[in-house]
Design a protein around this ligand. Structure first.
Ligand code: BES
Ligand code: MN
Ligand code: ZN
Length: 500
């Protein structure tokens, strides 16, 4: 798809459709709507007068313009009440438009850049939101369909139209950012949707190498022998049960400027989580192909960060393996020695994510990061606590935590902090090792984070539990069902903030 930015009159531009947002409580038409109304002989006034289209949030209505203007159609999308409207709702409205375009197979779409849609948002941010929203709405996962793929018609041309006086250069910057982030988002959604026989640790590593090649990053992939030699006993324990060779993947982005801060991103890369000997119930076990979502997210983020040329030194670390039961699998009761030197009693082989992350986080310390951010589908308890809309965050540093919350307000990827109190370590006390990996059902998400906190050596650190948000079972206005890519936009924004 090609995205262009133009200055001009919206009613003069040819396309298959013009996207036009409309508020439920606006008696007066907005600026672009007025222009279109006039050019079409009052078409909009007439339709709104019938009451068929009220502008309720996410309501859509297609008007044929019958050659009154060069654009064939006007796609009205309802925005609800103006007083309730915000950037998060705008995103959903645009995703909706993107889905409509996709379903109807339109080849071109024009969007008026109306600064009045939300006051106080810079036009380049608005442009970014439009581009991300349309891409997200267009997205579908067809890699493994032999029939649908041929049928899919793609949007070829998206045109953003600004009024006179608009700063096109800044709008183009927003578009560029939107395209970069959308690319990375689609990559992540593809990876997470792919089943575990297609995305094995080896293939995840190959994807990392491709990203490195295409973006000038350094990529290092450690195999079993090296993992053993380094003494990553926790990662190794999880990997033991699988026939698929485990991979410890590192991607590194170095900016051109000297003296940039180092940020470590660590993502859980369990390509399939059966629970191991502590086997999961078979219902919904297929969803555990998505247990590498954290790893995919950090790969997507470092790709975007490098394309955005941020002034940060970023290291993305993805420990990748399956978690399976077998004759060689680790067992409940086993005591393992982690890379950090601390010993762990395995009370559940299904609490495998924290084990592989423990070694990856400890390994990240060798880069002396000024912040560590880990992303993981870590606990079912997080789904119970926060559902599928809000990501759980925990950490040891108020400033870093505040950055994540601030980024969340910008991107609309919701987060909620849970308390990381040392008192909760009580659950993880072990009779025979330094601590255990799981201590029962209470405060499950906090237990996971407390466990990880034992490996960060007091570095500023935030943990994102995306177990509930990485995958959704039903279509939502802001997202189609399936892999969401949650974490990508949030962390790119965090890193943009940290690079300033
Ligand atoms: N990958 C799961 C968490 C999960 C569950 C993610 C459902 C997405 C949907 C994780 O490895 C796991 O199994 N966690 C256990 C921890 C427990 C044994 C302490 C859990 O949540 O039950
Ligand atoms: Mn598990
Ligand atoms: Zn898991």
């Amino acid at each position: 798809m090609k995205v262009s930015v133009k200055k001009g009159r919206i009613e003069k531009i040819p396309s298959e459709a013009i996207f036009l947002p409309h508020f439920a409580d606006n008696d007066k038409l907005g600026y672009s709507a007025q222009l279109l109304d006039k050019a079409t002989g009052g078409l909009l006034t007439e339709v709104i007068g019938t009451g068929d289209f009220k502008g309720e949030l996410h309501q859509t209505y297609i008007l044929l313009t019958r050659q009154a203007i060069p654009a064939k159609r006007i796609l009205l999308v309802g925005c609800g009440r103006k007083s309730n409207f915000n950037l998060v709702k705008l995103r959903a409205v645009i995703v909706k438009a993107g889905q409509k375009v996709r379903d109807l197979g339109w080849k071109s779409l024009t969007i008026p850049l109306s600064p009045e849609i939300i006051e106080g948002v810079p036009l380049e941010d608005l442009a970014q939101v439009y581009v991300e929203g349309i891409y997200s709405g267009l997205y579908r996962f067809t890699q493994f369909r032999t029939t649908e793929r041929k049928r899919v018609k793609e949007l070829e041309q998206l045109t953003l139209v600004g009024e006179d006086g608009v700063n096109l250069k800044r709008v183009r910057e927003g578009v560029n950012r939107g395209e970069i982030i959308s690319d990375s988002l689609s990559l992540v959604r593809d990876l997470v949707s792919s089943p575990s026989n297609k995305i094995t640790p080896t293939m995840l590593a190959e994807t990392a190498q491709r990203i490195a090649r295409e973006n000038g990053l350094r990529c290092k992939v450690l195999g079993l022998a090296q993992i053993k030699k380094l003494g990553m006993g926790a990662f190794l324990a999880v990997a033991k049960g699988s026939q698929e060779p485990a991979k410890f993947i590192t991607l590194e982005y170095r900016p051109k400027v000297k003296g940039a801060k180092t940020i470590a991103l660590v993502g859980k890369g369990i390509t399939f989580d059966s629970g191991g000997i502590s086997l999961k119930p078979s219902k919904d076990m297929d969803k555990m192909k998505a247990d590498m979502a954290g790893g995919a997210v950090v790969m997507g983020v470092i790709q975007a960060v490098s394309q955005l040329n941020l002034s940060l030194h970023v290291v993305a670390i993805i420990p990748a393996t399956e978690n399976l039961p077998s004759g060689s699998a680790y067992k409940p009761g086993d005591v393992i020695s982690s890379f950090s030197g601390q010993t762990i009693e395995v009370t559940s082989t299904d609490a495998e994510g924290r084990l592989i992350l423990a070694d990856a986080i400890a390994y990240s310390l060798k880069y002396h990061p000024s912040a560590i951010i880990d992303v993981a589908t870590l606990t079912g308890a997080c789904i119970i606590a926060l559902g599928d809309y809000v990501t759980g965050i925990l950490g040891n540093d108020d400033d870093l935590m505040a950055q994540v919350k601030k980024a969340s307000r910008v991107t609309g990827e919701m987060v909620w902090e849970l308390p990381l109190l040392e008192e909760y370590f009580e659950y993880l006390k072990s009779d025979i090792a330094d601590f255990k990996n799981a201590g029962g059902r209470e405060a499950g998400t906090i237990q996971g984070a407390i466990f990880l906190s034992k490996f960060v050596k007091n570095r500023p650190w935030v943990h994102l539990d995306i177990a509930g948000t990485a995958w959704i079972d039903k279509d939502k206005p802001y997202h189609a069902k399936g892999a969401t890519g949650i974490g990508v936009r949030l962390l790119v924004q965090v890193l943009r903030q940290l690079s300033e």
